[in-house]
Design a protein around this ligand. Sequence first.
Ligand SMILES: Cc1cc2nc3c(=O)[nH]c(=O)nc-3n(C[C@H](O)[C@H](O)[C@H](O)COP(=O)(O)OP(=O)(O)OC[C@H]3O[C@@H](n4cnc5c(N)ncnc54)[C@H](O)[C@@H]3O)c2cc1C
Length: 204
Amino acid sequence: METTTEAYSPTERTRVRRAPARATYDREVVHGILDAGRVAHVGFVREDQPIVIPMAYVRDGESLLLHGSTRAGVMTALAAGTPACATVTLLDGLVLARSAFHHSVNYRSVAVLGRGREVRDEAAKRRALDVFLENFVPGRLAEIRGPNPQELKATLVIELPIEEVVAKQRTGGPIDDEEDMALPVWAGVVPVGLQASAPIACSG
Ligand SMILES: Cc1cc2nc3c(=O)[nH]c(=O)nc-3n(C[C@H](O)[C@H](O)[C@H](O)COP(=O)(O)OP(=O)(O)OC[C@H]3O[C@@H](n4cnc5c(N)ncnc54)[C@H](O)[C@@H]3O)c2cc1C
């Protein structure tokens, strides 16, 4: 369920130390970034080794939904309640400055810290997968065959609560040193982004 508080509460773990002015706990900003993203990098520690796995996700109210095979390492770790961090990054631009030092990137990113919960209830699991697919391609759900009981059994669904969370973003041009401003070199931003191309139909 959506809550109405405007901001998440920062914690010691979500306090941004470098360029904190670019950090925000604003709920609308966090949701906006999560809704614009497609891939989360989900980190956890397995036998003292940090592992970071790229995964599709969707925001469902105040949770991130993840899904995968019951045999996938990240899914079993999350289902067991292993502490995790899901990071979503949107690269918006390459920032070209007049000096090497001031080159940068424009971006929006969010890190969600916490423990996942397996969605076990069958109706809730079906609904979560519907939310997932509807976000993947809106309207597709009405056209395709849904999961059968065997497929449902082979799929783990995890919800990661969006509670301990922080966003960070950079916008704008390069921030050059005054003495470099007269250098005869192009400076500015090259916008980049995720873009869909023309669909390629399957042979069947
Ligand atoms: C864009 C994208 C979206 C994906 N979405 C999903 C999803 O929604 N659900 C899902 O279950 N899987 C998804 N995957 C696949 C996912 O990244 C894992 O490969 C998958 O969970 C199976 O991992 P595993 O259990 O075999 O590996 P693990 O046992 O977890 O890891 C074994 C080793 O393989 C490495 N590894 C695992 N996956 C990758 C990878 N993708 N790239 C490089 N090294 C890897 C690990 O770091 C580790 O060293 C997605 C991959 C990508 C790139």
